[in-house]
Design a protein around this ligand. Structure first.
Ligand SMILES: Cc1ncc(COP(=O)(O)O)c(C=O)c1O
Length: 347
């Protein structure tokens, strides 16, 4: 069996801390501990007394209780705290997928579960989000991909890399098809709460008894470094602070998106894109013949700018920009990117 690597993760973890301008990140500029405590109105002093012993490996009761409260009818026993949502996706696939199983995954996508399911021996089918339909998948293709006998359906909503939020009709269509064939539905909702217009994407939770929701603090909450800290999550993770943290994220999205939009427009008809509804990510198609893999490698090596090639999502001739960084650094990054792209496209 050929091992399917997770190219996007290889690319990012190899380079993200070695470039000057990291435009490969899909979340917003992270909060500092100081800023987080300020939002919570909490003192840093108790943190200094935290004993660095083993914590509860499935998440503390308090944290699981707080998370459970976000999902109608869920109790803390239904929550498992993991090291980031990437581990949550891993655990779900590990538990459910067996050799010969049929799995259906949205494409393009953050291809973690796509590769994992194949590496666990599944036969994986994709259903395609269509640019010409504002990134909605076709209902017939959804039905075809979620064939009878399918064990697991994986959706990412809001979506990476397009930033698309599925319509209510499409959500229902996916749920009812999953229910018809008796499949588990894994909904990766890590961008929920990072909507530019402030309308929280409804969770798949509660729409069907075999729904499993994955989420985390890395994107909408701007706290990716807490992956090593879930079990020591600050007591300030209360509904009030949650709203403030989400408001900060949306503020960053709203101030930075117009900057990248204006910047993209300056290239005339080079780029085409659909404005992302959620997430600090903008997926852009370009007209030039150069492959996205060559393009991002040149940008990294010659300009210290890290972009993500569409190929890592199953989408050639696209690049994904992360626009969640601090505005002044982001503007500098775009200026450097512009210098680089002008050279690359002129070659
Ligand atoms: C759709 C999706 N799921 C999961 C993750 C993993 O996030 P983390 O492990 O930082 O929570 C990412 C990160 O980019 C993502 O885009």
């Amino acid at each position: 069996m050929r091992f399917v690597p997770f190219e996007l993760e290889r690319w990012q973890s190899t380079w993200e801390n070695r470039v000057r301008y990291n435009l490969s990140e899909s979340g917003v500029h992270p909060l500092s501990i100081h800023e987080l405590l300020d939002l919570a109105g909490a003192s840093p002093a108790p943190l200094l007394d935290v004993r660095l012993g083993y914590s509860q490996s499935n998440g503390t009761d308090l944290l699981r209780g707080r998370i459970a409260a976000l999902y109608d009818g869920a109790s803390p026993e239904q929550i498992l705290v993991t090291t980031g949502s990437a581990e949550a996706n891993f655990v779900v696939c590990w538990r459910l997928v067996e050799p010969g199983d049929k799995v259906a995954v949205m494409l393009p996508n953050y291809l973690q579960t796509w590769g994992l399911a194949q590496n666990f021996g599944a036969e994986v089918r994709g259903f395609t989000l269509r640019a010409e339909a504002q990134w909605e998948p076709g209902p017939e293709e959804v039905r075809g991909a979620i064939a009878p006998g399918t064990k697991l359906v994986v959706v990412t909503n809001p979506h990476n890399p397009t930033g698309h939020v599925l319509s209510k009709e499409m959500r229902q269509a996916i749920v009812s098809r999953a229910a018809e064939v008796g499949a588990w539905l894994l909904a990766d909702e890590v961008y929920q709460g990072a909507e530019r217009d402030g309308t929280t994407t409804p969770s798949f939770w509660g729409s069907y008894e075999r729904v499993i929701v994955v989420n985390g603090l890395s994107k909408a909450y701007g706290l990716p470094g807490l992956r090593i800290g879930w079990v020591v999550a600050p007591p300030g993770f209360s509904p009030r602070v949650r709203e403030q943290v989400l408001a900060r994220t949306r503020g960053i999205l709203r101030s930075n998106y117009p900057v990248i939009e204006q910047w993209l427009k300056r290239f005339g008809d080079t780029f085409s894109w659909h404005p992302p509804q959620a997430g600090a990510i903008c997926l852009v198609r370009y007209r030039q013949a150069i492959s996205a893999l060559d393009l991002v490698e040149k940008m990294r090596a010659e300009h210290s700018v890290l972009l993500v090639p569409g190929d890592h999502f199953g989408l050639p001739n696209h690049i994904r920009f992360g626009f969640g960084d601090e505005l002044h650094h982001f503007r500098e990054a775009l200026a450097e990117t512009e210098r680089g792209l002008k050279r690359v496209f002129a070659d």
